[in-house]
Unconditional design. Structure first.
Length: 434
């Protein structure tokens, strides 16, 4: 089989067979097929697309490129969640305790932040003592005893995706439906859970900019899941503005803890309740979303989800006193209040710009090797739809970095758009595909 012929085939819009797709992925991972041929093939896929059968075959070839996690030693119903990423997205921190309180078992492998979006592992490591390096045995012991665990990737999961994603990133071929769907689903299926809830973000801070494409991606991922005997649900959610009020590592942990204590921001609380309810329906624990919401509210209001979070922090070596008294988290050397320049209404807050501003504070990583500050970040005081008056505080920026106040102020203020007439609050949940 010549790769040249396979590129030509796809260039003319023909379908690739399972054997051909396997040949490409195996050859690329082993190093026999060079980047330049795969780049060319990716661009042909970008323009000609792949049908569902090709997309499922690509997903399978990617899964087979590495290890598959075996969760057979986990007792109970296994579930996992994934978000396509956004600014202020600390959902795992509050959702997993809710899922565990309702009887689900979650063994989650998370990532670090890069660029303008944060990573769950960095947020957790802001809790003194917290250990994200668990062996397979430690991970299953925490999952079986607490109900959930979160760790860095231990197994060699989907190496094909690592190589392909890096290449797509520099060849302008990220935004193809089949490539995105196979990339996300190969990692989720290889992670072993039977039930998978995906949170697909739509908006300026996300890589899906419109509903039409997001629905197509959601339907493709649900169909891939069926092909592998997994239950998959997708919640489409808003990422036009940051999620919640906090952006930054310990700031987001504090917000998640406040949410579990019943004092979280409205949009973030609504998202966690909806995702958990949809998850309970997906796994058959309840028969409709409304019953799921009642069960979720009970887990929140009884304090059982907060208790799960404490147990989880303690089981992974973290100092629980920081959860009980979140004032214990260190603050930064500098804090700058952002002042509203005029009377009016907030029409938009550009999530990506707030993400970049947070990166500039030191909360995020510019390169894989950068050090991050756990306390730096941004606390918004006002969101879209709010009436504001000149002189009010729109938000506070926290940083340890010297001499960047002017740049931070410019970036923060450039993310806000004001209107003289009333504006609408952005809806949090856009739809559900399952
Ligand atoms: N997230 C992924 O994991 N893969 C993609 O291709 C896009 C987003």
């Amino acid at each position: 089989m010549r790769v040249y012929d396979l590129i030509t085939k796809k260039k003319h819009g023909e379908k690739l067979s399972k054997d051909e797709i396997n040949h490409i992925i195996e050859g690329y991972v082993s190093g026999d097929i060079p980047d330049y041929q795969i780049s060319s093939l990716l661009m042909a896929i970008y323009f000609q697309g792949m049908d569902l059968e090709e997309t499922i075959n690509l997903t399978e070839a990617m899964i087979n490129s590495g290890d598959v996690v075996d969760l057979s030693h986990v007792e109970g119903i296994t579930a996992d969640k994934h978000s396509t990423g956004g600014v202020g997205d600390k959902t795992s921190l509050a959702l997993l305790p809710l899922m565990a309180s309702c009887g689900l078992k979650v063994s989650k492998m998370s990532g670090r932040g890069l660029g303008h979006t944060g990573g769950t592992l960095d947020k957790l490591e802001s809790i003194p003592g917290f250990n994200i390096n668990l062996s397979k045995e430690e991970m299953s012991s925490v999952v079986n005893s607490v109900g959930f665990a979160i760790a860095g990737q231990t197994a060699n999961l989907v190496p094909a995706d690592k190589k392909l994603y890096a290449l797509r990133d520099v060849t302008a071929t990220v935004d193809n439906m089949s490539l995105i769907a196979s990339s996300i689903m190969s990692k989720k299926i290889a992670s072993g859970a039977d039930n998978i809830m995906l949170d697909v973000k739509i908006g300026s801070g996300a890589f899906m900019k419109d509903i039409g494409h997001a629905v197509e991606l959601a339907e493709t991922m649900v169909s891939i899941g069926r092909g592998f005997n997994r239950n998959v649900g997708v919640v489409l959610t808003n990422m036009e503005e940051p999620l919640g009020m906090a952006v930054g590592n310990s700031l987001e942990v504090i917000e998640a803890v406040n949410t579990l204590k019943g004092n979280g921001p409205g949009d973030f609380t609504e998202l966690c309740i909806f995702l958990n309810s949809a998850m309970l329906k997906l796994t058959g624990i309840v028969s409709d979303i409304e019953d799921g919401k009642s069960m979720t509210m009970e887990a929140l209001e009884s304090g059982s989800a907060l208790h799960k979070f404490r147990e989880f922090v303690s089981a992974q070596g973290g100092d629980v006193s920081y959860i009980d008294e979140t004032d214990r988290f260190e603050s930064t050397k500098y804090s700058y209040e952002m002042i509203c320049p005029k009377d009016g209404y907030i029409e938009a807050i550009d999530a990506e710009k707030i993400g970049i501003c947070s990166l500039m504070t030191g909360a995020g990583r510019e390169t894989k090797e950068s050090d991050i500050s756990y306390s730096a970040g941004i606390l918004l005081h006002k969101k879209t739809g709010s009436r504001v008056e000149k002189g009010e505080i729109l938000g506070v920026i926290y940083t340890d970095r010297e001499g960047i106040e002017g740049e931070l102020r410019d970036m923060f203020m450039s993310s806000y758009k004001f209107s003289s007439s009333p504006t609408k609050k952005k809806e949090t949940i856009i739809g559900l595909v399952d």
